[in-house]
Design a binder for this molecule. Structure first.
Ligand SMILES: Nc1ncnc2c1ncn2[C@@H]1O[C@H](COP(=O)(O)OP(=O)(O)O)[C@@H](O)[C@H]1O
Ligand SMILES: [Mg+2]
Length: 342
């Protein structure tokens, strides 16, 4: 068997093989697999090199098993070994991903807890994260086209819909952002990083009270102020990501002039003027988007970003709108047509 392990981790320390060799007994698979020893094999085989300032680690190891098992690629994440938060996130991730299964949620293959070592093993997503494809795209790579963007938004919304409406009790994702949306080889989106996920309110309650966690720029205003978390907090974060998808701009970008640093603050005045909607479209699209589709997408983003949580749509309604927007029925237009349509 040949295993290539791609690892991204918070800390840059090198993990020694020997520490993992002893962990065979505490390596667990989240569901039964034909290769009963696969996970312990992975854990034994990991060797790592540190990956610079972004604290990414690529680990590559080759194991041979008589050539019977086909090549397999997995992603391995090592959580911060020090501190309570790392352990809490590990537990939240393992518990949540063991309970929920959906095509738009990343698949956890297994986990390993050994001493202070906390390791998670996932299906490897070939196209990295939405952040990589949308906001950190190398100059020589083709930008995502309009309909791929809408398909990604639709799938990511379906992942949230499953967590909010199908999971029982509901789950609030709490850290919905571009770097937590992974893309497989066909650009199908999968939500990942469930370390902050929280069980939603039950009974009469409409919210859960928690410490404010999440990522600046994506956090709903009422949650940031009061710590009261609802599924509508995720809908707000979805609105921010959807705006990133439309504009190709980051939620917070300190390289921009001060009035453009915060994406929502920059875009909100433009929402009020339909004639200015086209200013919101990512220049990398080079005008190749359906005008009506752009208008409708901006309207959906604006609804999700309402200050008042109760006026935001349910994620199920967002999915319905996106199913329509992701269908390639409209003619993709050019910038010139856009001006005329206006
Ligand atoms: N299963 C995976 N396949 C491919 N890349 C992944 C996978 N999981 C994470 N990554 C990459 O590593 C980054 C960080 O992973 P994440 O689980 O969000 O950890 P963190 O806690 O550091 O945010 C992601 O944005 C993505 O680029
Ligand atoms: Mg993350």
């Amino acid at each position: 068997m040949r295993i290539l392990s791609c690892c991204r981790m918070k800390r840059t320390d090198t993990m020694r093989k020997s520490s993992l060799k002893t962990s065979k007994s505490s390596v667990h698979e989240t569901k039964p697999s034909k290769n009963a020893d696969a996970l312990s094999t992975i854990a034994r085989s990991i060797s790592m090199n540190t990956g610079g300032t972004k604290q990414r680690i690529m680990a590559e190891d080759v194991l041979r098993n008589g050539g019977r098992v086909p090549a397999e690629v997995v992603a391995v994440k090592q959580l911060d070994r020090n501190g309570v938060q790392g352990n809490r996130e590990f537990l939240a991730e393992v518990l949540t991903l063991s309970l929920v299964h959906h095509t738009n949620l990343v698949n956890l293959i297994g986990y390993c807890a050994d001493g202070r070592q906390r390791i998670l093993v996932y299906d490897y997503m070939q196209n990295g994260s939405l952040e990589d494809q949308l906001l950190d795209l190398p100059l020589n790579k083709k930008p995502l086209d309009w309909y791929t963007r809408m398909q990604i938004a639709k799938g990511a919304a379906q992942g949230l819909e499953y967590l909010h409406d199908t999971a029982n009790p509901p789950i609030i994702f709490r850290d919905f952002k571009a770097s937590n949306i992974l893309l497989d080889e066909n650009f199908n989106p999968k939500l990942s990083d469930f370390g902050l996920a929280k069980l939603g309110p039950t009974g009469e309650q409409d919210h859960v009270s928690t410490r404010v966690m999440g990522t600046y720029g994506y956090c709903a205003p009422e949650y940031a102020k009061t710590g009261k978390l609802t599924t509508k907090s995720d809908v707000y974060s979805f609105g921010v990501v959807f705006l990133e998808i439309i504009t190709g701009r980051r939620a917070i970008d300190s390289t921009k002039p001060p009035e453009e640093e915060n994406l929502v603050d920059w875009a909100t005045p433009l929402f009020k003027n339909r004639r200015k909607f086209t200013l919101l479209a990512d220049p990398l699209l080079e005008g190749k988007y359906p005008v009506k589709g752009l208008f409708q997408a901006v309207a959906v983003a604006a609804m999700c970003l309402q200050e008042e949580a109760s006026t935001r749509p349910l994620i199920g309604d967002v999915v319905t709108a996106l199913e329509y927007l992701a269908m390639a029925t409209d003619e993709v237009t050019s910038e010139a047509d856009t001006a005329q349509d206006d």
